[in-house]
Design a protein around this ligand. Structure first.
Ligand SMILES: [Zn+2]
Ligand SMILES: [Zn+2]
Length: 273
């Protein structure tokens, strides 16, 4: 087994209060599954959780003795195409300092954007893609973030929801955008996540996830060709259930290897690079 088989940089603990799992339970599960590195990446949305949750997670990580190297990050919600997020460096200094690094993602959080003065949400297929693409590039350009989670996952979900796409396939995103994204990711040294959830869903025959692999392969090949670094995440929210446990990254690892990727292409947090 190589390193790529033993990392999971996208694990949730504190999804909704009261939290169902403790940091310790998740760490013990990662240990049991033989992980070398794991990152806790709970959501940081405009109104929840209270950012103090991350300070509690930091204390827990520091307290628990384990062979797994556990990192603390957050899945920061980027809420518009200009790259606004709930993270305010002046207000959240202590929380940011407690983090090993910050991750960011798009989640169709646009209903929140009234706070940021954005009035118009696109509905047309091309407009949605362009809007989301701009948002993705804003994450890559932002020095606050080291990793982008499930790129274009929200975009295809949005297209699917509006009836513009029959599946969640990345084939809906024009290759020219994927290439530009990969160039930015390589230039700014960001980690680009290959998220296991859609690949596992395809395998399980979940509706909407038919032929997901094809689009993913195209994207991964472009990322590798441009020299972008990859991270791998299970995005697990509930350990022990179905495909939701820390270290469930098998499909993502297989597809990366099939596209010619290896340990060399992994993005790793500072300190182990
Ligand atoms: Zn997410
Ligand atoms: Zn997540």
């Amino acid at each position: 087994m190589s390193l790529i088989d033993k990392v999971d940089f996208h694990v949730h603990v504190a999804e909704r209060y009261p939290y169902k799992y403790s940091v310790e339970e998740v760490i013990r599960e990662a240990e049991r599954r033989g992980l070398s590195y794991m990152t806790l990446t709970d959501h940081w949305r405009p109104y929840d959780p209270d950012p103090c949750t991350f300070l509690w997670e930091r204390r827990e990580i520091d307290r628990i003795k384990t062979k797994v190297k556990v990192f603390l990050s957050a899945e920061v919600d980027i809420v518009d195409s200009e790259g606004h997020s709930p993270v305010k460096p002046s207000l959240h200094k202590e929380v940011i300092e407690a983090m090993d690094y910050l991750s960011a993602a798009s989640h169709l959080g646009e209903p929140w954007t009234c706070e940021y003065g954005k009035s118009r949400i696109p509905m047309d297929k091309l407009e949605i893609i362009e809007y989301e693409h701009k948002k993705h590039l804003s994450i890559l350009r932002n020095e606050m973030f080291d990793v982008i989670l499930h790129p274009y996952g929200s975009t295809v979900a949005w297209l699917y929801r509006e009836g513009h796409a029959k599946t969640f396939s990345l084939k809906e995103i024009p290759e020219v955008y994927l290439r530009e994204f990969a160039e930015y990711a390589a230039l700014y040294g960001k980690g680009v996540e290959i998220n296991n959830v859609p690949l596992a869903a395809e395998k399980e025959g979940v509706k909407g996830y038919e032929r997901i692999t094809e689009g993913y392969e195209t994207f991964i090949k472009i990322l590798l060709e441009k020299g972008a670094k990859l991270t791998i995440g299970s995005d697990c929210h509930y350990c022990d259930k179905h495909w939701h446990w820390p270290g469930w990254t098998k499909e993502a690892v297989q597809i990366i290897k099939r596209c010619g990727g290896s340990d060399e292409d992994l993005w790793l947090p500072k300190g182990i690079r």
